[in-house]
Write a protein that binds this ligand. Structure first.
Ligand SMILES: [Ca+2]
Ligand SMILES: [Ca+2]
Ligand SMILES: [Ca+2]
Ligand SMILES: [Ca+2]
Length: 244
């Protein structure tokens, strides 16, 4: 009897492990509609009631031994007729955002927010196409202001030449009760060639990286599939749908 229970336990554990390992392709997020425009002010009060998307589990990190006090986060998305909103709530023991040389701020603290507005990842190309966007946000920079770049069409690529002054971005730093940073952004739908409505579906991905004292990116947390060239491959994106 004991042996049978043991076998069942082992089988159950293995099943859970295999379910976790292939979770990537099934990653979905239903994006809630904002009742009124989000205030892009580096404060997260307006995000109460929105689903926290977690980038904080050891199996989501390129360094499974990462101390959550060193770095861990959740992020949020919302929409209205004008904007796609993004926010991140990050625990981090040191903010380091000095690298402006690398096109995608590789050696900064950053959040990367990927969109495949054509929702065509199943066509199987490992390269970003014209309707794929990679926005990179940092909570600070050499002038102490948050930074944003758009480096789509492959890793560190040329981007779409967007007028990024139209992306509203704000950051909050080191709240009194914890070490970390907050990012908030509003991306106009007009910028990414989409007229939104309930049911609009597209590909999505979130990646966040930690840089500390050394000024070199230490590791990343990845939402969804983290196999292969996950940082530039739309076939590794999850699915988003605009909800109510
Ligand atoms: Ca806010
Ligand atoms: Ca850190
Ligand atoms: Ca695409
Ligand atoms: Ca850091």
């Amino acid at each position: 009897m004991k042996k049978l229970i043991l076998v069942i336990l082992v089988l159950t554990f293995n099943f859970q492990l295999s379910t976790m390992n292939c979770a990537g392709a099934d990653d979905k997020v239903v994006i809630k509609k904002a009742k009124s425009a989000m205030a892009i002010d580096g404060k997260l009060e307006d995000w109460k009631g929105y689903e926290a998307i977690k980038l904080n589990a050891p199996e989501q990190s390129t360094n499974p031994d990462k101390d959550p006090k060193d770095f861990s986060s959740v992020c949020y998305v919302a929409w209205d007729k004008d904007n796609l909103y993004f926010a991140a709530d990050v625990t981090d023991d040191l903010v380091s955002c000095e690298d402006i040389t690398t096109s995608d701020f590789q050696h900064c603290d950053y959040y990367r927010f990927y969109l495949d507005m054509g929702n065509n990842r199943n066509e199987g190309s490992g390269n970003m196409d014209d309707d794929d966007f990679e926005f990179v946000f940092t909570p600070s920079g050499p002038d102490k202001k948050p930074m944003v770049r758009e480096v789509s069409k492959a890793f560190g690529g040329e981007g779409h030449g967007l007028d990024l002054s139209k992306v509203k971005v704000a950051a909050g730093l080191a709240l009194p009760d914890k070490k970390g940073w907050i990012l908030e952004a509003a991306i106009p739908w007009s910028m990414i060639g989409t007229t939104p409505k309930e049911g609009t579906a597209f590909g999505i991905k979130f990646i966040t990286g930690d840089t500390d004292q050394e000024g070199q990116r230490e590791d990343e947390y990845i939402w969804g599939d983290m196999s292969g060239s996950y940082w530039q491959d739309p076939t590794k994106f999850g699915s988003a749908i605009l909800g109510q």
